[in-house]
Design a protein around this ligand. Structure first.
Ligand SMILES: Cc1ncc(COP(=O)(O)O)c(C=O)c1O
Length: 908
C-alpha cells in the first residue's frame, strides 16, 4: 500500500475505506492497463498502479498468488494485451464478487496448471450457489509453500459440502490480525505452530492500526504465540471459529485456560480431512436456524387447519376474487408459513422447549449473553418486560428522563419510582445528549447518605442515544457497583444491537462491558487495585472525593446483573418489531419466575412466525457476515461525513456534526475532536473509545439543515417527497441520517447529489431574490439556529406523590398520579394559552400533570404524571413548532389533577 504522507496513513477513514479503496485501485489499474495496451501509457505507470495494490492483496483469497504472479509475468514480458485482459477480469470479479461463484474467474490462460481438479470442482458450485467463505491459515513461512497448502485444502472439497471456501495463508501474528480485520470473508482460522511475530509487510495504515490497538506492540514467545493469537483474534472477531494444529502434546495445549478461544485442537498436518470437516461443521453451527429450517419444512407439508387464522395455507386468499392480490404480492410462502399452532415442531414463544429455545440459545452465543429472549412486539415491549420482571412497587429506578417512553410506561405499570437524572442539553440543536456519570453517582450517594440505598434497584440508560452518544458502559457500571454492588443495569440498546459486530464499538456495549468486568473480576490484581484505592480513600472519604475519583468496585462483592434490549429490526435484518432481551445476570435464577410472568404479561399469545424466524435469520447473518456489514456501514458514514463537510458548496449550507459539537469537551478528556479532524489518528480514536466519558457512534449523523433555511420536519419532508430519501428523526434545525448494514456506496452518491442540487436551488433563489430575499433567508437561518427554546429540565414531583421519598432525591410515585388521572371527577383541563394558565403559574394553586406529555420531536416526556408544571415547561411548549404532542389535546389543554384532589392527597 503506497501512502506517502504519514499523517494520511493514520487517518481513521482510510482504514475503514480499505475495501472500497481496494476496488478503486483495481479499477485504476485496469484503466492504466487499457492505456498501455492502446499505446497511450508505458509499462512503468502500470507497474506503479500494480504495486499500489500493495500488501492487502495477500490477505484475500482472490485473485490469489497464482493470478498475481501471472499478472506480474505479463508485465515483465511486456504482454500488454494479456495483462489488460486478466486485470480487467480480476477487477470486475472483485467488484461484482463473482469469484465467489464462478470458477472461471480464478483461471488465467494456463491457470489450471498443476491442479485442474480443484477448479473444476469450484465450477460445479456455480449451479449450487453454496455460500462462500475464506479460511485463514497461519503457518510458518518456510515450512509450507502456501500454494501447495491452499491446493491441498481445495482437493478436500466434496460434493456433499454445504459451503465452499478458499484458503488465505499468512506467516505472522501481525499479518493474521491484519487479515482478520481487513478481510470480512474470513470465517475460520487455522493456526499452525511456528509462525513469526512481526509482519514483513510495510503497510503504514496497518502498522498504525496494529500499534494503536496494541496488537503490534508486544512480542510473545514462539511457544505462547498460537494461543495468544487465538485470544487476540477472538477479541477482534468473537464469531470466528479458530482451530489449532499442533505437533506437540495436544492434550496439554487443549488443557490450557487460554485454549477456550480455540474451537478444536487437532494433531498435526496429517489431519487435513478432519480439519476440513471440522471447519464445515463450525460454519454449519452458525448457519443453522432451527426455527426457520423447521418452518420451511412445515410450510411444505399438506396440513389441514382447524384452528384460528384462516389466512394460514392461503386458501381464503388465493380463492378469493377480492383479495387475491394480497397473496400475489406477498407470495404463497408467507401464507403457508403462517400458523397459530405450537405443534408440528413450531414451538411456543411463551414457553419454548424446542427450536425456539435453541434459536434463543444460539442468539445468546452470538450476542455474548447468558440468555436471550425473542420479543415480537418491539423493544417497547422488551423494556416493559424487563421493568415488570425486576422492579417491584416502590423500588427506585435511576432513569434518564430523556429515554424512550416505554421505560416511563414500564415504571407506571410496575409501580417503580423514577429518579430522573438529566442528560446534558444540546440546546442549540433542541436535543439532549447522555447522562453524565457524576449525576448518577450523586443520586446514589444521596440515597446512601439518607440510608435509603436499599430502595434503589436499577440504573436504566439508553446506549447509544438516538443521536449517537455512547456511554463508557464499563465505567458507569463499575463506579455504580462501587457504591451498590448488586445494582441491576438496563441498557436500552434499541439502536445499537449491531455494535456487537464491530471491535471498535463492542467494548462500549452492555454485553461487551459486562464481559470485560467479568474478566476483571477473575483477575487477582483486581482485589489489589480495590484495596489500594480503599486505603487511599481512607475511612470516610468526602462526597467530593468520591465524585472526583474513578471508583473501583470490590470484585468479591459485585453481583453482575446486566440486561440489554435491542430492536433487532432497527439495525439488523429482522422484520419490524423483532426485538431481543439479552441477559447476563448472576442472580437470574432468583428472578426467573418473575421474568416468565413478565413475558406472559406482555407477549402476544399469537406471535408472528415470520418475526421469530427473522430474529434468528438476523442472528445467522450477523454471525457470518456481520463484521463486514458493520464495517461497511461505518465506512459509508465516514464517507458521508467527509463529503458533506468538505464539499465547497454543500458545506456552505450543511454540516454533519462531529464529536466536538455533539459532546461537550468536559466529557472528552482525551481531547478527541472528531473522526476526520486533521491530525486525528487511530491512536487518538482508540484512546477516546477507551477513556472518554462519551463517544459518538459514527453511523449516526446529525445533519444541520437550519443553516440552509430548513427546519428539521420540513427538510425531512423535502427529502422524502422530492428525492425518495427517508430518514427518521428531526430536531428544530437538524435531521438524523443513519447508515446501516443495508447501505451501499450508491446511497452516498445519491445523497451528495441531492444535497448539491438543494444547495444550487438555494444559491439560485438567493441570487434572484435581491436584498429582501437574502435578508429573509438570513432571518430564517437566525431564527432556526439561534432563537431556540431552552430545554426544560424535569421540574419535580408534587409532594403528595413523594410521601416515601427522601429529602435530597427527586423520585416520585408516578403510578398513583397516573391512575389518579383515570377518574374524570379528579381531572381538569387548562389550555397553555389561557389566562388561567398564566395566573396559576404565578399565584397557584400549582398545576400537577395527570398524564405524560411527549412532543415528537424531540420525543422525551416534558411532563409525567404527578409532575408540577413550571413556566419553563409552558414556555417550551409554546415555542414548540411541532404538530405531534402525544398526551396534549390542543382543544382542551393540559390534563391536570384538580387542586382539591391534590389537597386531599396532602391531608391524607
Ligand atoms: C431508545 C429506544 N428504545 C426503545 C424504542 C422502542 O423500540 P421499538 O420500536 O422496537 O418498539 C425506541 C424506538 O424508537 C428507541 O428509540
Amino acid at each position: 500500500m503506497v501512502v506517502s504522507d504519514k499523517a494520511e496513513a493514520q487517518r481513521i477513514d482510510h482504514f475503514f475505506s480499505m475495501p472500497a479503496a481496494r476496488a478503486d485501485r483495481w479499477r485504476e489499474l485496469t484503466s492504466v492497463a487499457n492505456n498501455w495496451a492502446a499505446g497511450a501509457a508505458d509499462a512503468a505507470s502500470v507497474r506503479s498502479a500494480f504495486e499500489s495494490l500493495g500488501a492487502i492483496e495477500g490477505f484475500h483469497a482472490f485473485p490469489g498468488r497464482r493470478l498475481m504472479a501471472k499478472l506480474n509475468e505479463h508485465l515483465e514480458t511486456g504482454s500488454a494485451e494479456s495483462f489488460t485482459e486478466l486485470a480487467r477480469r480480476v477487477s470486475r470479479s472483485i467488484i461484482t464478487r463473482r469469484y465467489k461463484q464462478d470458477a472461471l474467474d480464478w483461471q488465467s490462460d494456463d491457470a489450471f496448471g498443476d491442479d485442474p481438479s480443484a477448479f473444476v470442482d469450484t465450477f460445479e458450485d456455480a449451479e449450487r450457489r453454496r455460500p462462500y467463505f475464506e479460511m485463514l491459515m497461519v503457518t510458518p513461512a518456510a515450512a509450507m509453500r502456501s500454494e501447495k497448502l491452499i491446493g491441498e485444502m481445495r482437493r478436500l472439497r466434496r460434493p456433499e459440502d454445504s459451503f465452499i471456501y478458499e484458503a488465505v495463508q499468512v506467516s505472522s501474528f501481525e499479518d493474521a490480525i491484519s487479515a482478520a480485520i481487513i478481510n470480512p470473508a474470513i470465517a475460520a482460522v487455522t493456526i499452525y505452530e511456528g509462525f513469526a511475530q512481526t509482519s514483513s509487510n510495510a503497510a503504514p495504515i496497518l502498522r498504525n492500526f496494529l500499534d494503536a490497538t496494541g496488537f503490534g506492540a508486544s512480542a510473545v514467545s514462539e511457544e505462547d504465540r498460537p494461543l495468544a493469537l487465538a485470544n487476540a483474534l477472538k477479541r477482534i472477531r468473537p464469531e470466528i471459529d479458530i482451530y489449532l494444529l499442533s505437533d506437540r502434546r495436544v492434550e496439554a495445549v487443549a488443557g490450557d485456560e487460554r485454549a477456550a478461544a480455540v474451537r478444536r485442537v487437532l494433531y498435526s498436518v496429517e489431519e487435513m480431512l478432519e480439519l476440513h470437516l471440522t471447519v464445515m461443521e463450525g460454519i454449519a453451527a452458525r448457519y443453522r436456524t432451527p426455527f426457520f429450517d423447521n418452518l420451511k419444512k412445515y410450510a411444505m407439508r399438506p396440513i389441514s387447519t382447524f384452528h384460528a387464522l384462516p389466512i394460514a395455507r392461503g386458501k381464503s386468499v388465493f380463492k378469493s376474487d377480492w383479495i387475491r392480490d394480497m397473496g400475489e404480492f406477498y407470495g404463497l410462502n408467507l401464507l403457508l408459513a403462517e400458523s397459530s399452532a405450537t405443534t408440528g415442531g413450531l414451538d411456543s414463544l411463551l414457553e419454548p422447549t424446542g427450536n425456539i429455545k435453541m434459536a434463543q440459545e444460539m442468539a445468546a452465543r452470538a450476542f455474548g449473553a447468558d440468555r436471550v429472549f425473542f420479543v415480537t412486539n418491539g423493544t417497547s415491549t422488551s423494556n416493559k418486560m424487563v421493568h415488570q420482571a425486576l422492579v417491584a412497587p416502590g423500588d427506585i429506578v435511576i432513569l434518564d428522563r430523556n429515554c424512550h417512553k416505554s421505560h416511563h410506561y414500564g415504571l407506571v405499570l410496575a409501580g417503580g419510582q423514577p429518579l430522573y437524572v438529566e442528560a446534558f442539553p444540546m440546546t442549540e440543536y433542541s436535543m439532549y445528549g447522555a447522562v453524565p456519570l457524576e449525576s448518577i453517582k450523586k443520586a446514589l450517594l444521596d440515597l446512601k447518605e439518607e440510608g435509603r440505598l436499599d430502595r434503589v434497584k436499577m440504573v436504566d440508560l439508553t446506549n447509544c442515544t438516538f443521536d449517537g452518544h455512547i456511554y463508557n458502559v464499563r465505567r458507569v457500571m463499575e463506579e455504580c457497583l462501587a457504591i451498590k454492588p448488586d445494582l441491576v443495569f438496563l441498557w436500552d440498546e434499541a439502536w445499537f444491537g449491531f455494535a456487537r459486530f464491530s471491535p471498535f464499538l463492542r467494548p462500549r456495549t452492555a454485553m461487551g462491558a459486562a464481559a470485560a468486568i467479568e474478566a476483571w473480576m477473575r483477575d487477582p490484581k483486581s482485589v489489589e487495585a480495590y484495596e489500594k484505592q480503599q486505603a487511599e480513600l481512607g475511612e470516610s472519604p468526602s462526597r467530593e472525593t468520591l465524585l472526583e475519583t474513578r471508583l473501583i468496585p470490590d470484585p468479591r462483592k459485585i453481583r453482575l446483573r446486566v440486561y440489554q434490549t435491542n430492536s433487532t429490526h432497527k439495525s439488523m435484518s429482522a422484520l419490524r418489531q423483532g426485538s431481543m432481551i439479552l441477559v447476563k445476570d448472576v442472580e437470574y435464577h432468583t428472578v426467573e419466575s418473575q421474568f416468565r410472568e413478565a413475558v406472559f404479561t406482555h407477549a402476544s399469545t399469537s406471535p408472528n412466525q415470520q418475526l421469530i424466524a427473522s430474529l434468528e435469520i438476523a442472528r445467522r447473518q450477523m454471525e457470518l457476515e456481520g463484521y463486514g456489514l458493520v464495517t461497511n456501514a461505518i465506512e459509508i458514514a465516514l464517507a458521508i461525513r467527509r463529503e458533506v463537510n468538505s464539499h465547497p458548496l454543500i458545506s456552505r449550507y450543511f454540516k454533519v456534526l462531529g464529536a466536538d459539537a455533539m459532546i461537550p469537551s468536559e466529557f472528552r478528556n482525551t481531547g478527541f475532536v472528531d473522526f476526520l479532524s486533521p491530525g486525528v489518528t487511530w491512536a487518538d480514536q482508540v484512546r477516546s473509545m477507551h477513556e472518554d466519558e462519551f463517544c459518538l457512534d459514527p453511523t449516526r449523523m446529525t445533519l444541520v439543515c437550519g443553516t440552509a433555511g430548513f427546519d428539521g420536519t420540513e427538510f425531512k419532508a423535502l427529502l422524502a417527497n422530492t428525492y425518495d430519501i427517508q430518514l427518521n428523526k428531526t430536531s428544530r434545525n437538524s435531521v438524523l441520517l443513519q447508515s446501516n448494514i443495508n447501505n451501499t456506496r450508491s446511497d452516498i452518491a445519491h445523497l451528495i447529489r441531492v444535497l448539491l442540487e438543494i444547495c444550487h436551488g438555494i444559491e439560485d433563489r438567493l441570487s434572484q431574490g435581491g436584498d429582501a430575499g437574502r435578508k429573509g433567508f438570513e432571518a430564517r437561518v437566525k431564527s432556526l439556529m439561534h432563537d431556540v427554546p431552552d430545554l426544560p429540565n424535569f421540574s419535580r414531583f408534587h409532594e403528595v406523590f413523594r410521601s416515601d421519598a427522601g429529602e435530597r432525591t427527586p423520585e416520585g410515585d408516578m403510578r398513583t398520579a397516573f391512575y389518579g388521572g383515570y377518574d374524570p371527577e379528579a381531572v381538569e383541563y387548562v389550555p397553555i394559552t389561557s389566562e388561567e394558565c398564566e395566573r396559576r403559574l404565578k399565584n397557584g394553586p400549582e398545576m400537577v400533570s395527570a398524564n405524560f406529555v411527549i412532543p415528537y420531536p424531540p420525543g422525551f416526556p416534558i411532563m409525567v404524571p404527578g409532575q408540577v408544571v413550571t413556566p419553563e415547561t409552558i414556555d417550551f411548549m409554546r415555542k414548540l413548532d411541532v404538530k405531534e404532542i402525544h398526551g396534549y389535546e390542543r382543544s382542551r389543554g393540559l390534563k391536570l389533577i384538580k387542586p382539591d384532589m391534590v389537597a386531599a392527597g396532602r391531608r391524607k
